[in-house]
Design a protein around this ligand. Structure first.
Ligand code: UDP
Length: 315
């Protein structure tokens, strides 16, 4: 009988982490999910807990990590990804990005495992180049309120490359652009769960600023496929994974209202958060060149699946 490869997924009870756990179980791996449940939830992995190839360890990866036996792959996805969460927990955010990356890289070195970190479009800050290519160095305010997230992810990229160059660790870096889908927390504060929940409740949709800032939204299944392909590729430089379909936030609010259909919700305007990036759109030419990956799910389709999931879970 073929021995299963072992993959450690930090943040495995979170939004993307739990989809990755599921995917690697389907792909016949043994999955070790590590999460301190600060924003992750057991509900996200309840379907996996009885599987004998799935282990859950409740642990904060900014403290030393011990995993017995062989480990072939490590995905470091533990993080507080929503602005609302990282503004509430700035120090855990910095620690999981820095100490958590150091500990997981140390584990990769000890186990001779391939290592992939979840980086972010936020490394580009409030970008002055549009769309954003991987060779753009970014425009980040290190001392602003978002600095805790942005700089922890930039540090994470730097330490990953240092381990790659100095210790020959086999590394990958995915820069994840705004991703949405089932298992986002209803109260995580990001725009997709906020708007869907507000519209399903017939409450006004809270558009920050004038809603002229843009984001480009990727459905979770496309994102997971891109990450899996990157992990199995030979490319060590950072790769953008996202959907270039770009919307102003005001247009996106109108699209959510139109897609839900039955809602009485209108739009209200609230203050724009400090340092909120004005525009964001991934250039995904590199993902196509290196991985032959591009997103397949349209925003209408993806929003439809996500709304259905929110309806079943929260209404
Ligand atoms: N936003 C909004 N209303 C909300 C939540 C977010 O207008 O209720 C805006 C936010 O200011 C930002 C965009 O939507 O411009 C995306 O915000 P999100 O928190 O989802 O993620 P970000 O891309 O900023 O990390």
């Amino acid at each position: 009988m073929r021995r299963r490869k072992v993959i450690v997924i930090t943040g495995g009870a979170g939004f993307l982490g739990s989809h990755l756990c599921e995917r690697f179980i389907q792909d016949d791996y043994k999955v070790v999910c590590i999460d301190n449940l600060i924003t992750g939830s057991m509900d996200n992995i309840k379907g996996l807990l009885k599987n004998k190839h799935f282990d859950f360890i409740k642990h904060d990866v900014s403290k030393e990590i011990k995993v017995p036996g062989a480990v072939h792959y490590i995905l470091h996805f533990a993080s507080l990804a929503s602005p609302v969460d990282y503004l509430k927990y700035p120090i855990p955010t910095l620690k999981v990005g820095s100490l958590g990356a150091h500990n997981t890289l140390g584990l990769a070195k000890a186990k001779k495992a391939r290592y992939l970190i979840a980086s972010t479009s936020e490394v580009y800050g409030d970008p002055q180049e549009h769309p954003q290519k991987e060779d753009y160095w970014g425009h980040v305010n290190p001392v602003g309120p978002r600095g805790c997230y942005d700089e922890s992810k930039r540090f994470q990229e730097a330490i990953t490359m240092a381990y790659h160059r100095y210790h020959n660790i086999d590394t990958r870096i995915v820069r994840i652009f705004n991703t949405y889908g089932p298992r986002m927390r209803v109260n995580d504060g990001r725009v997709v769960p906020n708007f869907i929940h507000q519209a399903l409740d017939n409450r006004p949709l809270t558009v920050y600023g004038k809603g002229k800032q843009t984001r480009s939204f990727c459905y979770v299944d496309d994102q997971i496929e891109g990450i899996v392909q990157l992990l199995h590729s030979k490319y060590t430089g950072p790769v953008n994974i996202g959907n270039p379909d770009e919307f102003t936030i005001l247009d996106f609010a109108k699209l959510v209202i139109k897609t839900i259909g039955e809602t009485k919700s209108k739009v209200i305007y609230e203050d724009l958060p400090v340092d909120d990036p004005l525009q964001r759109q991934p250039d995904i030419a590199l993902a196509w060149k290196k991985l032959k990956w591009k997103p397949k799910v349209s925003i209408e389709e993806g929003l439809g699946y996500t709304i259905e999931w929110f309806k079943q879970k929260y209404v």
